[in-house]
Design a protein around this ligand. Structure first.
Ligand SMILES: [Zn+2]
Length: 298
């Protein structure tokens, strides 16, 4: 029951957190306004602290259900499943478990998280350590009958664990994991992957490694991104970036990708709507510079 009759269930577009042009409102009000703008999904940002309570989770779940918004949740930034310090690794496990439990209370299907840093370890050792931690987490969630999908994210800095290959391999090795592909990170990490052919190649790789169903419930992040030789520096709006998002949308369409796209630009509602309109063919590429979000609070 999305407010937009043209909204395809196949690919949903939404914001990371409350649209940034709205000030001093609750998350459930932010979800309602996002829906009224024509968006169809929303990522709860628990990245710096956990601001949820049982009551807030209930209101979020109710609002999302009422407005047909699909929820996901981004876990704490303070997770490093590859920490050589056992205390930090265990605290990271606890944070991810907590995120999954809150996601269930809010009715969020997926939890997105950053696996951690290589530190002094090789990529192979890091992989093993992260895999072991995730197996422990998944076994606990299974025991609790949690329906939540854990989604390790592809990362934008070279010091961070999370190339496309690492994330796909992790999803193959650990049950119940599915990827979060952040194409801005993928682009910023190497300064490449910015054309229709390269986007398609990544999607074909996902299909090959994880099967066709992975493309039918894919979770994607996108923002404009500023980067240097170490990778990502900061998020910027799509129009200010060098990212070829019209080619990206075309690749998703042609590969018949289904799932959710969460926009993380500073003006994330505008960019999410821009992408959605391009996807639906309601906006020609030459019109995109003049695109504005029209919203009046009624
Ligand atoms: Zn992230």
């Amino acid at each position: 029951m999305s407010p937009d009759a043209n909204s395809p269930d196949s690919l949903r577009f939404g914001t990371a957190g409350i649209p940034s042009f709205l000030k001093n409102i609750s998350t459930w009000e932010g979800i309602e306004i996002a829906a009224k703008l024509g968006l169809d999904c929303f990522e709860l940002e628990l990245v710096k602290s956990n601001w949820l309570t049982g009551d807030i989770a209930q209101r979020i779940k109710q609002t999302a259900t009422n407005f047909g918004i699909k929820l996901s949740l981004h876990a704490s930034y303070f997770i490093n499943l590859n920490s050589p310090e056992e205390g930090k690794r265990l605290a990271s496990i606890e944070r991810l478990l907590s995120a999954a439990r809150w996601a269930e209370k809010c009715g969020a299907e997926s939890v997105v998280f950053h696996c951690g840093y290589y530190g002094q370890r090789s990529p192979q050792e890091s992989f093993q350590s992260i895999k072991n931690s995730l197996q422990e987490i998944v076994s606990i969630l299974k025991f609790e009958n949690s329906p939540v999908i854990l989604r390790p994210e592809t990362m934008g800095r070279r010091s961070q664990f999370g190339t496309v290959e690492e994330i796909l391999f992790l999803c193959r090795e650990v049950e119940r994991l599915q990827p979060c592909l952040d194409f801005s990170h993928i682009h910023a990490r190497e300064g490449k992957i910015n054309s229709y052919a390269e986007f398609t190649r990544i999607l074909v790789k996902v299909e090959k490694k994880l099967g066709q169903q992975a493309l039918k419930n894919l979770h994607l992040h996108l923002a404009g991104v500023d980067y240097n030789e170490q990778g990502e520096i900061r998020h910027i709006n799509l129009e200010e970036s060098d990212f070829h998002f019209d080619e990206w949308i075309q690749a998703l369409k042609d590969m018949k990708v289904e799932g959710t796209i969460i926009c993380e630009s500073p003006d994330q509602a505008r960019d999410a709507l821009l992408l959605k309109k391009l996807y639906l063919g309601q906006l020609k590429p030459e019109e995109k510079k003049f695109f504005e979000v029209q919203f009046s609070q009624d």
